[in-house]
Design a protein around this ligand. Structure first.
Ligand code: BTN
Length: 262
C-alpha cells in the first residue's frame, strides 16, 4: 500500500471522537524526534506521525529500537495535556493498556504488560512505548508529551538482530497488508477513549495484564540491590516491590528482568 492509501485506511477506521491528524511517511529517523520538532513549531494535540521504517528508532534508557522496513508499526502521537514528569509514567501506563486492547481488537489475542512499557506475547516482546516530554527552553515547563509506540507486526526478512533475537517476537507470523492501518487506528481510538475515562479502571486493567505482579525480579540498572518480589502497581503507575531484606519501595524509573519460565 502507498502511504496515501495507508493514511486513508487509517482514517477510515478512526472513530469520529478520535481527533487525530495523521501523516504517514516511508521513512523517518525517529518519529518521536520528528514529532518533537513539529511540536516546537506549534503542532497541535492529536498530531500523529507514522513511519514504515526508522533509521534511528529510539527506545527507553538511551537504547535503540530496531525498526526495519514494512514489518512494523512505528507511531508517535502528540498529546498536549497540562504535563509534568509524573504524567510521563502515567501516559505510558495508559498507552500500554490502549495498545493491549488494540491488539485484542485487531489480532484476537491477549498480550501481557511488562512494567512499564513493554507488551509481551508468549514470553516475547512485541511492542515498546517511549513517552517523552516537550520542555519549553525558556520556562522549563513541560508543554506536551510525545508518546511513541513500536509494534513488531511480522518477522523481518533478515530476522531480528542477534542481541534481541532470543526475546523479540511478532504479532503475526505472515504478512497482512490490512494489519498496520487497523492496528494504528485501534490504538489511537483506545488511547483517546482511555484519556476520557476513569484512571482507576485503566490501572486495574494494567494490573490484570501485568507480567510481573507476584514474580521475583532483578534490577537491570541499580534501582534496587539484589532481587525483589513485585507486590503490585501503585496508583501513579510505579512498581511496588519488596527486596530480599524486606524493604518495600515503589520504583518510578528503571527496568527489571524476570525469568519468563518461572
Ligand atoms: C522501548 O522498547 O524501549 C521503547 C520503544 C519505542 C519505539 C517507538 S517506535 C515509534 C517511536 N519513535 C521512536 O524513535 N521510538 C518510538
Amino acid at each position: 500500500m502507498t502511504t496515501e492509501t495507508l493514511t486513508e485506511e487509517i482514517k477510515r477506521h478512526l472513530r469520529n471522537t478520535t481527533p487525530c491528524l495523521i501523516s504517514v511517511k516511508e521513512q523517518s529517523a525517529s518519529t518521536n524526534l520528528e514529532l518533537k520538532q513539529w511540536a516546537a513549531q506549534g503542532a497541535q494535540d492529536g498530531t500523529v506521525l507514522i513511519a514504515l521504517q526508522q533509521t534511528r528508532g529510539r527506545g527507553r534508557l538511551g537504547r535503540s529500537f530496531f525498526s526495519p522496513p514494512n514489518t512494523g508499526l512505528y507511531l508517535s502521537v502528540l498529546l498536549r495535556p497540562e504535563a509534568s514528569d509524573a504524567q510521563l509514567l502515567q501516559i505510558t501506563v495508559l498507552a500500554a493498556v490502549a495498545a493491549a486492547r488494540a491488539v485484542k481488537e485487531t489480532c484476537g489475542f491477549d498480550v501481557e504488560i511488562k512494567w512499564v512499557n513493554d507488551l509481551y506475547r508468549n514470553g516475547r516482546k512485541v511492542c515498546g512505548i517511549l513517552a517523552e516530554g516537550i520542555v519549553c527552553p525558556e520556562t522549563g515547563k513541560t508543554e506536551g508529551i510525545v508518546c511513541g509506540i513500536g509494534f513488531n507486526l511480522f518477522p523481518p526478512a533478515e530476522g531480528f538482530p542477534q542481541e534481541i533475537a532470543s526475546c523479540a517476537g511478532c504479532l503475526c507470523d505472515t504478512p497482512d497488508n490490512t494489519l498496520l492501518p487497523r492496528l494504528a487506528a485501534a490504538f489511537l481510538n483506545q488511547l483517546y477513549d482511555i484519556r476520557t475515562r476513569d484512571r482507576a479502571e485503566t490501572l486495574e486493567e494494567y494490573r490484570r495484564r501485568s507480567l510481573l505482579i507476584g514474580k521475583w525480579v532483578n534490577s537491570l540498572n541499580g534501582a534496587f540491590p539484589g532481587t525483589a518480589l513485585v507486590l503490585g502497581i501503585s496508583d501513579e503507575g510505579g512498581l511496588m516491590i519488596r527486596t530480599e531484606d524486606g524493604i518495600e519501595q515503589t520504583l518510578t524509573w528503571g527496568e527489571v528482568s524476570v525469568r519468563l519460565t518461572q
